[in-house]
Design a protein around this ligand. Structure first.
Ligand code: NAP
Length: 252
């Protein structure tokens, strides 16, 4: 046991997850830096330095999740912060025109069923599986918080408005997976509302990462700010929120 906060971030070897790991460590948090590839997790943790500990976790692999939960139990005995960040936008490499490819892949009539299943497996079922495995460890914390990294493109309210900028791109692969991730986050909020465990849903900005072939317009530092802000909320911080920078509510 240590006196510091212990955080697990899934998909933290690059992008938003890596940035959040770096900033949490800078704020004194002990970060278990999740990576499905152990070598990339090791390299990312070394880049951050003391306070970052690589941990193998593939959110689509039940055995990997169980092994990670056992290791956290053995080494720390609790978890104070779970950041469900791992996510994919597609199940194949795309060429240079990310947004054109994304729009074409997200037509309800033609979207690949295999691709939908792969993306939902990570973004939706992966988030839920990690929650189920880590909840016993979060229950051991005196100040536990779960931060699910989703997206405003999963907002059903926003997407139902024809004037919403991403309205025409709403489809079953990534956007609907994020709507489903939002729905299961609401289920976590409902389940835990009578407990001291806080649950927050956040959207990074449109950030230049591998997820969008680096087509995002924000740097990882700026794009990750809301995730970092919410992860650093103290025991008096709110639960049940869905926000983007800075503390701007997103409609469900
Ligand atoms: P990214 O740079 O591609 O990072 C995604 C991370 O998730 C990588 O570390 C990746 O690992 C990991 N991952 C993928 N599948 C996994 C699995 N099965 N098990 C464990 N880890 C897995 O993308 P990002 O932009 O930082 O995305 C992070 C989160 O932010 C996602 O949930 C995304 O939906 C959300 N988001 C991003 C944006 C944006 O504009 N970038 C906007 C809104 C929301 P590998 O390195 O092994 O692939």
């Amino acid at each position: 046991m240590t006196g510091e906060r212990i955080a697990l971030i899934t998909g933290a070897n690059q992008g938003v997850g890596f940035q959040v790991a770096k900033e949490l460590v800078a704020n004194g948090v002990t970060v278990l830096l999740g990576s499905r590839d152990p070598a990339r997790g090791q390299a990312a943790a070394e880049q951050i330095g003391e306070g970052a500990h690589p941990i193998q976790i593939d959110v689509t692999d039940a055995a990997s999740i169980a092994t990670a939960a056992q290791r956290i139990t053995d080494e720390f005995g609790r978890l104070d912060l779970l950041v469900n960040n791992a996510g994919i936008s597609r199940a194949r490499s795309s060429d240079g025109d990310f947004l054109g490819d994304y729009a074409a892949a997200n037509k309800a009539s033609t979207a690949s069923m295999d691709e939908i299943r792969k993306v939902w497996e990570t973004n939706v079922f992966g988030t839920l599986a990690v929650y189920q495995a880590m909840l016993p460890l979060l229950r051991k914390s005196a100040d536990a918080r779960i931060v699910n990294v989703s997206s405003g493109v999963g907002s059903l309210t926003a997407n139902a408005d024809p004037d919403y900028p991403y309205h025409s791109m709403f489809g079953p692969v990534y956007p609907a997976s994020k709507a489903a991730q939002n729905a299961i986050t609401l289920a976590m909020m409902v389940e835990l509302e009578a407990t001291d465990i806080k649950v927050n849903l956040v959207s990074p900005a449109f950030t230049a990462t591998n997820l969008n072939n680096f087509a995002g317009t924000e740097s990882v530092e700026d794009g990750s700010r809301e995730v970092v802000r919410v992860c650093l909320l103290g025991p008096e911080g709110p639960s049940g929120t869905f926000t983007r920078w800075e503390n701007t509510p997103i409609p469900w």
